[in-house]
Design a protein. Structure first.
Length: 274
């Protein structure tokens, strides 16, 4: 028999050395025994909300419409911060209202936003430090089991939701772009908040070959198509799979070799002619 229940994805900063992820899956399966659960990532840097926002932005579109995405990067757990449910792009997102869903809230197809406040769907005992287990996992399971989204809680104004300004680069009158490093991936590649669209506004030439990128005292000329188009151990800039500017080292670790870290400034300018 075909399983028609929506897919549930998990994106957390819990890692895998503790029981947290497994317990969330146990809660889901206890409520919806036929649940299909997919791990997007559990190694997002702890409490790094911007990095996790980039991950869900890059990932959700590759899942089937109707999927339920549970995001637990929640440094404010147990405080007065809200938990929200968002329907957009044919998907459902459950997360703390801390900016995690900024890329989703900015979609033109934003359909519905509700406060998660259906206490009958929570676990019987809700603790102060693990709302991923006690609230978000069971709510996701109830939705996957066919409970109506409208029953999750009252509607809220999209404008009241927290949005991360640092996900967006700044454009200046001289045509330059100022951005920052938001994520360092497993390979040491530096992922920025500068998008393909930002660069297209600045560069009319193919591959941005008329651009100069400055980062941590280093100067990089132009954009490459991929990592292997620069000499080994040399720095390069490119548009990565997330559609954002990355700084990398061919066959090396850019974060280590360039000596830069999260929030480091990145500036792009047109190369001066002559």
């Amino acid at each position: 028999m075909t399983n028609t229940h929506p897919l549930i994805t998990l994106l957390t900063d819990f890692g895998l050395q503790d029981e947290y992820v497994g317990v969330m899956k146990g809660v889901i399966l206890s409520i919806q025994t036929g649940a299909r659960i997919v791990d997007i990532c559990h190694d997002t840097p702890p409490q790094n909300v911007p990095a996790a926002a980039l991950m869900i932005e890059a990932a959700y579109g590759y899942f089937p419409a109707g999927s339920i995405h549970v995001l637990v990067i929640d440094p404010g757990v147990g405080t007065e911060r809200r938990l929200i449910a968002v329907q957009a792009e044919g998907h459902t997102f459950l997360a703390p209202d801390n900016g995690l869903l900024t890329p989703i809230l900015e979609k033109e197809t934003l359909e519905n936003i509700r406060l998660i406040d259906r206490r009958e769907w929570y676990l019987p005992h809700v603790g102060n430090t693990f709302h991923g287990r006690d609230i978000l996992a069971p709510v996701a399971a109830h939705l996957a089991d066919g409970k109506p989204f409208r029953q999750i809680g009252p509607q809220i104004d999209p404008a009241s939701c927290i949005r991360l300004k640092e996900l967006h680069a700044r454009h200046f009158e001289d045509g330059s772009i100022q951005g920052k490093i938001l994520h360092v991936d497993r390979f040491g590649n530096l992922v920025t908040n500068i998008t393909r669209e930002d660069i297209e506004r600045l560069s009319a030439q193919q591959l941005g070959e008329n651009l100069v990128i400055h980062i941590g005292g280093h100067r990089i000329e132009g954009l490459q198509r991929s990592y292997g188009f620069a000499p080994k151990e040399s720095p390069l800039a490119l548009i990565g799979s997330r559609g954002r500017l990355e700084i990398a080292i061919c066959c090396g670790n850019a974060a280590q070799k360039l000596g830069v870290a999260l929030a480091a400034a990145v500036t792009i300018q047109r190369r001066k002619q002559g």
